[in-house]
Design a protein around this ligand. Structure first.
Ligand SMILES: Nc1ncnc2c1ncn2[C@@H]1O[C@H](COP(=O)(O)OP(=O)(O)OP(=O)(O)O)[C@@H](O)[C@H]1O
Ligand SMILES: [Mg+2]
Length: 386
């Protein structure tokens, strides 16, 4: 489980350190930085699948994603005594992302390329990375450190330089995830790779989730929901079938869901509703019904990830369905750490009733995303290694 997430200089997040629980609910007004927080977490996840530099470049590079406010907001600026203005920059430009978990922590710093070294002048570079032990980085807890092109690994008290030539667009995980030589790197990479993000299920008329699909075992629903029928059948066969029936009954009393095999060996949905003489197929379900069934398949996965992030799961659901969705989310939070980013009052209220729910309310102050009511005492200790 992640215990702390920290971000610096990413879009509206000048500096934010969040304590995390098993079920985290992120809310806030339009423009407060919810999506920025979500994007930052996704970017962090890309470090483990070889895509962090490209993803940042696709978002517009550091020029667009870097905090557009001043390097430092002085007390006089905060009080409104002087205008917000840029001062002489003291530090180099660094976008920083990091987390601590119950086992290892990781930080990455991205910066601008050195001019004239390459034609790829818009690609950011990885300047620093560190894997550490425990709740926050300290020099004594560092296990693996990358500075520029040099990677060193600690064995007891000795540091061993394992390479001096790591390319500045490759992360530690691209270059040093051999479990026999760098177990920590492998472990952290696998942890990050298991994170799962759901933010856009397709439910339009042409959505693949509506069509019969190849019947292959699917313990993890695809992020656009294309393998819904196979994922549901996998839950029925090797997962929590009872929870699936309960979730359907909770959301659609008196209804039943079945997965049938078509003549050409494909899987198809059948949804039985009171009052109808035949079941409805996936193609005939309403957007909201299909979307709720997608959430069931995602949240009751027989292979729960370490972290599951749900971005605005209320989209196109009727408010009456939201308490049932909240119960499903709470159920899933027993097996995975969950992040929910939401706007919907009924979902927020239903999740907040649960004592495990850790509510993070974002607000924007002088252009900066902050956590409402966060004082120094509620801010976990955090140090960037560079
Ligand atoms: N580089 C940047 N520097 C500073 N602020 C930025 C930067 N890029 C975007 N922003 C700010 O981030 C805000 C958008 O944040 P975000 O999209 O996370 O909001 P949100 O909470 O998801 O809102 P909504 O509820 O409307 O989706 C905008 O107000 C924009 O001004
Ligand atoms: Mg948003």
């Amino acid at each position: 489980m992640l215990t702390t997430l920290s971000i610096a200089n990413y879009r509206s997040i000048m500096s934010l350190t969040l304590p995390l629980g098993s079920l985290n609910l992120i809310t806030g007004p339009n423009g407060s930085g919810k999506s920025n927080l979500y994007k930052a977490l996704r970017l962090l996840a890309k470090t483990a699948s070889g895509g962090v530099v490209n993803s940042l470049a696709e978002e517009g590079g550091l020029h667009s994603t870097y905090w557009a406010g001043p390097e430092e907001l002085t007390n006089a600026m905060k009080r409104g005594d002087v205008d917000i203005q840029g001062t002489q920059r003291k530090n180099v430009v660094r976008l920083k992302l990091g987390f601590a978990s119950e086992s290892f922590g990781y930080t990455i710093s991205l910066g601008l390329p050195i001019p004239h070294q390459s034609a790829f002048t818009f690609d950011p570079e990885i300047k620093h990375e560190c894997i550490f032990n425990g709740p926050a980085y300290r020099p004594a807890t560092a296990l693996v450190e990358r500075k520029g092109n040099i990677v060193k690994i600690r064995h007891d008290r000795q540091w061993e330089v394992v390479t001096q030539h790591i390319p500045n667009f490759d992360s530690l995980f691209d270059a040093h995830a051999d479990p026999s030589s760098a177990a920590e790197v492998f472990h952290v990479r696998e942890m990050i790779r298991s994170w799962r993000f759901y933010d856009h299920f397709r439910t339009d008329a042409e959505a693949p989730a509506r069509k019969p699909q190849l019947g292959t075992r699917t313990p993890v629903l695809h992020h656009d929901g294309r393998d819904l029928a196979a994922a549901l059948q996998t839950i029925i066969e090797i997962g929590d079938r009872k929870a699936l029936d309960t979730a359907i009954e909770d959301a659609f009393p008196g209804c039943r869901l079945r997965v049938v095999t078509t003549e050409d060996s494909r899987f198809s949905l059948e949804f039985y509703q009171k009052g109808l003489l035949r079941p409805l197929t996936g193609a005939e379900l309403s957007d909201g019904t299909l979307r709720f069934i997608l959430w069931i398949a995602a949240l009751l996965t027989p292979r729960p990830p370490a972290l599951m992030v749900l971005n605005e799961p209320e989209t196109s659901l009727h408010p009456d369905l939201l308490p049932a969705l909240a119960r499903l989310i709470v159920h899933a939070s027993r097996n995975s750490q969950i992040w929910v980013i939401s706007h919907a009052n009924r979902l927020i209220n239903a999740l907040n009733k649960h004592e495990e729910c850790h509510w993070i309310e974002l607000e924007k102050h002088l252009g900066q995303t902050e956590i409402k009511g966060q004082g120094i005492l509620d801010t976990p200790s955090w140090h960037w290694p560079d």
